[in-house]
Design a protein around this ligand. Structure first.
Ligand SMILES: Cc1ncc(COP(=O)(O)O)c(C=O)c1O
Length: 477
């Protein structure tokens, strides 16, 4: 509510801090998804100051604020240099989704308009979102059930005369494995089709892991046939959120991502991104983080991240009832359970112990699992993390798998969701023991999610999506 009289900074900061008390902590390494922590508070503090310095600069008009053009060129230049093509044209965007949206727009507008995107089922949903927004169709290609990567032959078979873009991930988020970029890019090029590498999570990580001794196959803009690549600085660049870079093979393709409009009597619109008015704060924050860490800092973070990942993978393999899916090639690890260890229950038990392990639902023959993104800070706490995983696994074995209320998936699948308002939907869920508003049995901010996840897991993807939309709507009602 808007107060009648303005409040003091002290007063309102106290309120923000109280509101944040129930949040997952963004520092310290106990949250193994969503947040990226270097373990060096001074770096994040420097980034905050650079962010604040640029906060009120509006990136809407580069002629009005030349500072942001200079900074953007530096940031894009640094990414181009790391990703195999110094001087490659690029765009600073608000995140992976926006980079992908623009890569897909460029591909669509490069061709005659309309068309299809060929992608592995493990590709990020941002491509589905882009296709949805931009009027394209998605052609999903299954992945190998052991390696979780896509086969070049299967990608080739999916390409048609309507294909405007082929996608490979480096790595994909779900299992942290790298698609065969060289082969996919070569066959796309042979068919005259553009190829985007989604290195949102790996772009600013894989080169440093390679320097630290990891076997990282070629994946960047130096690979023939790769026409664009996305790299999120708000992931392994450790920058504050709102920072990603999209690079193109050439300026012609970048122009296809731009949008200009003179079809109104107002100011001239020329946008590089989906957003028009936007703060240069994230750009300042990203620039500040890159400058504060330098190559030396990232090299060291790459070394500790690789060591922590190896220790985690080895440690998990030794915990009865758990197994790592595939062979993680970056620092993203997916852990599956077994008949008597339900990973959704493991996640709830870990949460009780103060750690967040991200549940991933089963899909396309890939079992449900827990996702851990290892970051720079993880090494210091990797033994504690393994102890928590072991303890949570034992507790989950004792508790047994989450029980899906009898007949609930069938009931949900048969519902006409459009005929229910949000309140009725929430009541219906509560009547079968599923609390969508998320207060756990102990009443605190530790929701029991295992049953919710088990119910979702039992539903087909389209029904899951409809339910998730209702979930969000109920949360905000
Ligand atoms: C491989 C990959 N692509 C794209 C994205 C989307 O990024 P964002 O959440 O910044 O929009 C993610 C996010 O985790 C990702 O892992």
């Amino acid at each position: 509510m808007l107060p009648e009289h303005g409040r003091t900074a002290q007063d309102l900061l106290a309120e923000l801090s109280a509101l944040k008390a129930a949040d997952l902590p963004v520092r310290g390494g106990k949250v193994t998804a969503y947040v990226y922590d270097t373990g060096r508070p001074e770096v994040h503090e420097t980034a905050h100051r650079a962010y604040a310095e640029m906060l009120e600069v509006n990136m809407l008009d580069p002629t009005a604020f030349p500072s942001m053009v200079a900074i953007e060129k530096q940031v894009v230049g640094a990414v181009a240099e790391l990703l195999g093509r110094p001087g490659a044209p690029g765009i600073f965007t608000s995140g992976g989704t926006e980079s992908i949206m623009l890569a897909v727009k460029a591909a669509r507008d490069h061709g005659p308009g309309g068309g299809e995107i060929v992608l592995p089922v493990t590709a990020h949903p941002a491509f589905h979102k882009a296709a949805h927004y931009l009027g394209l169709d998605v052609v999903p290609v299954p992945v190998d059930p052991v390696t979780f990567t896509v086969s070049p032959a299967a990608v080739e078979a999916a390409i048609t005369g309507r294909t405007v873009l082929v996608v490979a991930s480096a790595p994909s988020y779900p299992q942290g494995v790298i698609d065969p970029v060289e082969e996919i890019a070569a066959l796309a090029s042979a068919r005259g089709v553009l190829c985007h590498v989604d290195a949102c999570v790996g772009g600013w990580l894989l080169p440093w892991l390679r320097e630290a001794g990891a076997a990282v196959p070629p994946f960047d803009l130096s690979v023939p046939g790769v026409t664009s690549i996305s790299c999120d600085l708000h992931k392994f660049g450790y920058a504050p959120k709102g920072a990603s870079v999209l690079l193109f093979r050439d300026a012609e393709l970048r122009r296809r991502a731009y949008f200009a409009s003179a079809a109104w009597p107002g100011y001239t619109i020329i946008n590089a991104t989906v957003q028009s008015s936007r703060s240069a704060g994230p750009l300042g924050g990203a620039w500040g983080t890159l400058q504060a860490l330098g190559a030396e800092g990232y090299r060291e973070l790459g070394r500790t991240t690789l060591e922590a990942t190896r220790r985690l993978v080895k440690g998990v393999a030794a915990i009865p009832g758990l197994r790592v899916l595939g062979e993680p090639e970056a620092s993203l690890v997916a852990i599956a359970g077994s008949d008597d260890v339900d990973v959704f229950v493991v996640s709830d038990e870990a949460r009780r112990l103060g750690w967040f392990l991200q549940p991933q639902l089963s899909y396309a023959g890939i079992p449900a699992n827990l996702h851990i993104t290892v970051t720079g800070v993880t090494l210091a706490g990797v033994d504690a993390l393994l102890e928590v995983i072991a303890a949570a696994t034992e507790a989950a074995r004792t508790r047994g798998p989450a029980v899906v209320p009898d007949g609930l998936p069938e009931l949900i699948s048969g519902l006409d969701l459009d005929a229910l308002d949000d309140a009725t939907f929430a009541e219906l869920a509560a009547s079968v023991g599923v609390d969508l508003r998320g207060s756990g049995s102990d009443g605190a901010a530790q929701p029991e999610m295992a049953v919710v996840n088990a119910v979702l897991d039992a539903l087909p993807a389209a029904t899951r999506e409809a339910i998730l939309v209702r979930f969000l709507s109920v949360m905000y009602s």
